[in-house]
Design a binder for this molecule. Structure first.
Ligand code: 5RP
Length: 273
């Protein structure tokens, strides 16, 4: 493991630094920046720090970029728009992972394409609901998991941006693990999910928006799975759930992440796989 530590005056501007490295015998690389005004940072400021850093560190001119969905990804899209407008970045095309993100990107003048014409992305940047020690994720509490997975699985690098509240000891412990299902016989699919051996004991609820089922950008529903304990075998759960007819996609994003950029009150950490 390789540690690098630097001081920053605030989360936006570096004023001086020192670096410390040590090799602890693993291939995981961790880079840390500690902030002096860290105690004042709000969650929104932390999201902005990682959103901006993801674009600054991983996007260069000429790239095809996947744009995630959510309150953290919002800042990455904002930064990309800003850098295209200033001319710091050129010849970028991007693929949004939701209608919300598409509208934000269009408003910022970011040129958009689709997987149909650009099936390989240089980088995709997105938030997450949970990440574990192996950089596996739960995603989709914002409802965009299908398009997110379709786009992000095609990226050469998948950069995840989070605040440190998203770190979990095991997937499935901090809230829902979303599963996108067809509206047709959704209750039947919900009951099948509840009975799946790999997620035994979970509770399953149809996601609602007021009195109506929540409808995804793809006109599907979402069943949220709730666990008392972390999912024991996420690979087995991913396989069993996806094999169910009626399931469109699930929110387990396994073995996809290249790096997680984490902002906490102690500073910013980049964990590379
Ligand atoms: O998966 C997602 C949307 O489907 C989001 O990336 C996830 O919910 C994190 O969102 P936020 O950055 O707002 O916490």
């Amino acid at each position: 493991m390789n540690f690098q530590t630097g001081f920053v005056a605030n989360f936006g501007s570096r004023i001086g630094s020192f670096q410390r490295s040590s090799n602890l015998g693993t291939s995981r690389r961790v880079t840390r920046s500690a902030g002096r005004v860290r105690m004042a940072a709000s969650v929104d400021e932390l999201k902005k720090v990682v959103g901006y850093k993801s674009v600054d560190d991983y996007v260069t001119s000429g790239m095809v970029v996947g744009l995630g969905t959510g309150s953290t990804a919002y800042f990455a899209v904002e930064r990309l728009g800003e850098k295209l407008k200033s001319g710091e970045l050129k010849d970028i095309v991007a693929i949004p992972t939701s209608i919300r993100t598409k509208e934000q990107a269009e408003g910022l003048g970011i040129p958009l394409v689709t997987l149909d014409t650009h099936p390989v992305l240089d980088v995709a940047i997105d938030g997450a609901d949970e990440y574990d020690d192996d950089l596996n994720l739960v995603k989709g509490r914002g409802g965009a998991l299908l398009r997110e997975k379709m786009v992000e699985v095609q990226a050469k690098k998948f950069i995840v941006i989070v605040d440190d509240s998203k770190k979990v000891p095991g997937l499935g412990v901090s809230g829902a693990m979303p599963v996108e299902v067809t509206p047709f016989c959704w209750e039947y699919t919900l009951n099948k999910l509840k009975g799946a051996a790999s997620v035994a004991g979970c509770d399953a609820k149809l996601r609602m928006e007021g009195d109506e089922p929540y409808v995804t950008d793809n006109d599907n529903y979402i069943v949220d799975l709730y666990f008392e304990e972390p999912i024991k075998d996420a690979n087995a759960a991913a396989k069993e759930i996806l094999e169910m007819v009626g399931v469109v996609e699930h929110g387990l994003f396994l073995d996809m992440t290249t790096a997680v950029i984490v902002a906490g009150k102690e500073g910013v950490e980049v964990i590379e796989k």
